[in-house]
Design a protein around this ligand. Structure first.
Ligand code: NAD
Ligand code: UDP
Ligand code: UDP
Length: 312
């Protein structure tokens, strides 16, 4: 039996993971409350005999029988996770407890979609997995950052206390088709703005950096991590180490999309990290993984998706 549960499976990353696991021959159980995800992202799988979709909120218990669990449920865009911050923390913390309780009962292997946000506004650059981070515990981003940090704590305590077979992946900024057009994250914002001929909104002076991973690369890293030997828990960074300023990203998007968009500068959100770049030595060593898609190519794919979606 190869039955995989994907929480947050109707979201951006989750829906790509559903595709990949169906292709690999798994039975896939997709669980989502459709807060930021949608049925449309998995519509093409609904008639597949090995695919099942359940509307469910992971802050409530879930009793199913599965072999492995990918725990992705959680809004990922600052705009969305700050909309109902209490629910965001509940999703990470109660969601982790429920999925770990499930993993413990059915003896399933469980992978947590953690985040580079556990490093906060990092004082170590590039970030290695042994860096403990620099996170504000009481700011507007804390519901997400601290929720994800507490989820990691729960994963390691269920591992030590109950011998649950865990894998923790720290995902760095990932983009691609099926991001929501109103997602609010920078790549989708810039592409949608450029396609509509609107101004490109740079927060702050645009000198802050991020490192962008294309979704297909990320999913490959997920699957490889899930397949590692028992006892290899991570945490492991998965991301693309090429670092860009937001001004550089805006230039690339304008070049890819074309059009006449201008840059407008808006206030920098509170606690916005100044720089971010993964050190992926561990992923290279343990998974034989590194990203293969360059930002220019990934932006072309993502632009084609939004062009079709928006009829632009
Ligand atoms: P997304 O918002 O598209 O997907 C999140 C999914 O979780 C959505 O389908 C949403 O409806 C669902 N969800 C939210 N709360 C839920 C709840 N209480 N119960 C059930 N379902 C719930 O975002 P994404 O980019 O696909 O992110 C997926 C995961 O990866 C998240 O856990 C996120 O924190 C993590 N992550 C993503 C990135 C990235 O750059 N994309 C970076 C770091 C971490
Ligand atoms: N849980 C779940 N599905 C299961 C088993 C447990 O959702 O198949 C939930 C259960 O509701 C509990 C949580 O996971 O609140 C933690 O389970 P655990 O067994 O660790 O704790 P306990 O039940 O002893 O509080
Ligand atoms: N950002 C921006 N314009 C936008 C959206 C985001 O300049 O329209 C900036 C944001 O301030 C941050 C970076 O882009 O410095 C990445 O933001 P995103 O929300 O995508 O992810 P995160 O901050 O969680 O890495």
């Amino acid at each position: 039996m190869n039955k995989s549960l994907i929480t947050g499976g109707a979201g951006f990353l989750g829906s790509h993971l559903c595709d990949r696991l169906i292709k690999d021959g798994h039975d896939v159980l997709c669980v989502d409350n459709f807060f930021t995800g949608s049925k449309a992202n998995v519509a093409h799988l609904l008639s597949h005999p090995r695919f099942e979709l359940i509307r469910h909120d992971v802050t409530f218990p879930l009793y199913v029988e599965v072999d492995q669990i990918y725990n992705l449920a959680c809004p990922a865009s600052p705009v969305h996770y700050q909309h109902d911050p209490v629910q965001t923390t509940k999703t990470s913390v109660h969601g982790a407890i429920n999925m770990l309780g499930l993993a413990k009962r059915v003896k399933a292997r469980i992978l947590q979609a953690s985040t580079s946000e556990v490093y906060g506004d990092p004082a170590v650059h590039p970030q290695t997995e042994d860096y403990w981070g620099n996170v504000n515990p009481i700011g507007p981003r804390s519901c997400y950052d601290e929720g994800k940090r507490c989820a990691e704590t729960l994963f390691f305590d269920y591992h030590r206390q109950n011998n649950v077979d865990i894998k923790v992946v720290r995902i760095f900024n990932t983009y691609g088709p099926r991001m929501h057009p109103n997602d609010g994250r920078v790549v989708s914002n810039f592409i949608v703005q450029a396609l509509k001929g609107q101004d490109i909104t740079i927060y702050g002076n645009g000198s802050q950096t991020r490192s962008f991973c294309y979704v297909d690369d990320l999913i490959e890293g997920f699957v490889r991590m899930m397949g590692t030997e028992a006892g290899f828990t991570g945490p492991i960074n998965i991301g693309n180490p090429f670092e860009f300023t937001m001004l550089e990203l805006a230039e690339k998007v304008i070049k890819t999309v074309g059009g006449k968009s201008k840059l407008v500068f808006m206030p920098l959100p509170t606690d916005d990290p100044k720089q971010r770049q993964p050190n992926i030595t561990l992923a290279k060593d343990k998974l034989g993984w590194q990203p293969t898609v360059q930002l220019d190519d990934g932006l072309k794919e993502t632009t084609a998706y939004f062009r079709k979606l928006l009829n632009a």
